[in-house]
Design a protein. Structure first.
Length: 293
């Protein structure tokens, strides 16, 4: 996903320069010596090269309009999972890699394995923002889209103001909106957080890295996938407009689109979440991503 005790140095002006996609996309721009508490950048999309098909022998011809995250609907007879695109981790991953002239590593912290990431580790003060839960399911394209249990997912994102934790010399102890969890028997993890904001130059997003186990999730050198998650524009626009804490996001989102985003411009099919309001006054999102494990 996107605080109250953190020094939130806005880095919106650097967003476009700080996060251009790696691998299949563009080279990551040099970031100079940014030393701010805000991280900008995420993204995803694009075509995939690894696809697994499994045949569904049922003969149903349902026409329901379900809201599930599966790729099959109606009378389809094929379930497909494709490798989620590899994306840049951006300039502020705090995963032990050299980013923004620092090698901060929250993965080495006791307490980083947690489901509620709204506060810094050991703090009871939560960041401001609209309550949000995101459920991520991990599957294997090399095993007929079977769930991957016991894998670790590291998730991080910006605040409602578009700021990130950690990257400030005076506030290194602030590590809100960052956490790690191991997938359960269904390949699933759920994080409790807040709706991420939108800063200038990027569409709203979250970053994640995948590791083979919690033990491996100690340093970026062990990661096996880096990608980003996207969210439905219309719903985010509604949320931002209804909550004063997202006032800057209203303006920023109005000036952006997936077509102009420097990461998502090549597609969001495999990185777009299904998002909806929940009964508690907040929102929830779901997504299934696949890797070749």
């Amino acid at each position: 996903m996107d605080r109250t005790t953190a020094a939130q140095a806005t880095v919106a002006p650097f967003a476009a320069a700080a996060q251009t996609p790696s691998n299949r996309r563009f080279a990551l721009n040099a970031l100079g010596s940014l030393g701010m508490a805000t991280l900008l950048g995420c993204g995803g999309g694009g075509s995939d090269t690894d696809t697994t098909d499994t045949t569904d022998t049922s003969t149903g011809t349902g026409t329901g309009s379900g809201t599930g995250t599966g790729s099959g609907t109606g009378t389809g007879t094929t379930t497909t999972c494709s490798v989620v695109p590899e994306e840049t981790a951006g300039p502020y991953p705090a995963d032990g890699s050299n980013a923004s002239n620092n090698t901060y590593n929250v993965l080495a912290l006791s307490g980083i394995v947690r489901s509620d990431i709204r506060s810094s580790i050991g703090s009871s003060t939560q960041v401001s923002g609209v309550p949000f839960t995101i459920t991520i399911t991990l599957t294997n394209t090399n095993a007929s889209c079977a769930a991957l249990s016991g894998y670790a997912i590291y998730l991080w994102h910006c605040t409602q103001d578009g700021n990130y934790s950690v990257y400030s010399s005076s506030n290194i102890a602030d590590n809100y909106l960052r956490g790690v969890q191991a997938t359960d028997a269904n390949g699933t993890v759920t994080f409790t957080t807040v709706v991420p904001g939108c800063y200038a130059g990027r569409m709203p997003h979250m970053h994640l890295e995948v590791y083979r186990s919690l033990a491996a999730a100690s340093n970026a050198s062990n990661k096996i996938k880096t990608t980003q998650l996207a969210f439905p524009t219309a719903l985010l626009s509604t949320i931002y407009s209804a909550n004063s804490g997202y006032s800057a996001s209203v303006r920023n989102l109005a000036s952006m689109s997936f077509a102009t985003d420097n990461v998502f411009s090549d597609g969001t099919t495999l990185e777009m979440t299904t998002m909806q309001a929940n009964s508690g006054g907040g929102y929830s999102a779901n997504i299934t991503i696949s890797i070749a494990a």
